[in-house]
Design a protein around this ligand. Structure first.
Ligand code: CP
Length: 335
């Protein structure tokens, strides 16, 4: 595996989930695999879980890690090819990425969307430029449109907790928030859960439709109560509008997840990728009770990252090999 940026980069989600579950049982079983290898971890945006779980995963495999917070500590980056850099930008991404590639064996990068320019965000401009210029395997730690490590941890958590006797119903429900958030977690969850043997429903108010590239074939409801009926897992997440890009259309109904709404479910497990705005998205009593899987999801981030790193370390990739056959390849070729 040379890239992990979308589910399309892997051969089998089922295999990767089983690898992650095995690593959870034996985290140090491959502690020599990454000896003398360095993982470079790049953040353009804040993080708690992704930052720590990815470092822990690398360390469990014996890797060294170096972390660069470009947003706070790096030179201001230029992304335009051929730019005359006589303004505020100090270093071109082609130089910064190439330099990091010389120091590291694998690069992991977080780069959020602007939520101002849909075309630019959905072209994954920053991620693709890093992939193009660093010349090393790249892991997305959440890009403008997708958060694949979160989704791998999420489907792993569902696999661990699903009832043995029936196909579970999984509901992804939009929740209120005070500011516009990316669609990445929801997009990515759609990609991954569609490959699981579950009944999947998305609930969101009108105006919060996700891109059909991700929701194609999924049952969607604008009625949260109807969607929640008999659910086994309820995944709560806010996202901003995709069509009126980055906007927060007014919602008249109350979409805060509370006890009354959860009583409609089949005593469902509660999921959230965190960080969560308590009592804005979900009430405390649901987050803190024994049906809440939020800490299990966070814990599983370590083994999701470890499974991906293990695949990369075991792959005999060749530096400079062609980008594999993903949506991102097409974008890269066009960029
Ligand atoms: N869920 C998640 O990605 O958390 P962080 O933003 O804290 O990394």
């Amino acid at each position: 595996m040379k890239y992990f940026t979308t589910i399309n980069d892997i051969k089998s989600a089922e295999f990767l989930i089983s690898e992650a579950l095995k690593l959870k049982k034996n985290p140090f079983g491959f502690s020599q695999l990454g000896k003398n290898k360095t993982l470079g971890i790049i953040f353009m945006n804040p993080s708690l879980r992704t930052r720590l779980s990815t470092q822990k995963a690398a360390q469990n495999l014996g890797m060294n890690t170096v972390v660069m917070n470009f947003n706070q500590e790096g030179w201001a980056l230029e992304y335009e090819d051929g730019a005359i850099m006589n303004g505020n930008t100090v270093e071109h991404i082609k130089d910064a990425a190439a330099v990091m590639g010389t120091y590291c064996d694998i690069i992991a990068i977080r780069c959020f969307p602007s939520l101002k320019n849909k075309q630019e965000d959905y072209s994954e401009k920053i991620l693709l430029q890093f992939m193009k210029y660093c010349n090393k395997p790249v892991i997305s730690l959440e890009s403008a449109t997708l958060h694949p490590l979160q989704s791998l941890a999420d489907v792993m958590t569902i696999e661990e907790n699903k009832p043995g006797n029936k196909k579970p119903k999984v509901v992804l429900t939009w929740a209120p928030h005070i500011k516009p958030l990316p669609q990445a977690v929801a997009n990515s969850f759609c990609e991954w859960i569609k490959q699981s043997d579950v009944e999947f429903v998305i609930a969101h108010p009108e105006g919060y439709e996700l891109s059909e590239d991700f929701t194609h074939g999924v049952s969607i409801s604008n009625n949260q109560n109807e969607a929640l009926a008999k659910a086994d897992f309820v995944y709560v997440k806010n996202w901003s509008a995709f069509n009126d890009y980055g906007a927060m259309p007014e919602v008249k109904e109350n979409w805060l997840l509370n006890e009354n709404k959860m009583s409609l479910t089949n005593n469902a497990f509660l999921m959230h990728c965190l960080p969560v705005r308590r009592n804005v998205e979900v009430i405390d009593s649901l987050l803190d009770n024994n049906k809440s899987l939020i800490l299990n999801q966070a814990d599983n981030r370590v083994f999701a990252a470890q499974a991906v790193l293990k695949q990369m370390l075991e792959s005999n990739y060749n530096v400079g090999e062609q980008i594999n056959n993903t949506k991102l390849e097409i974008e890269l070729c066009n960029s």
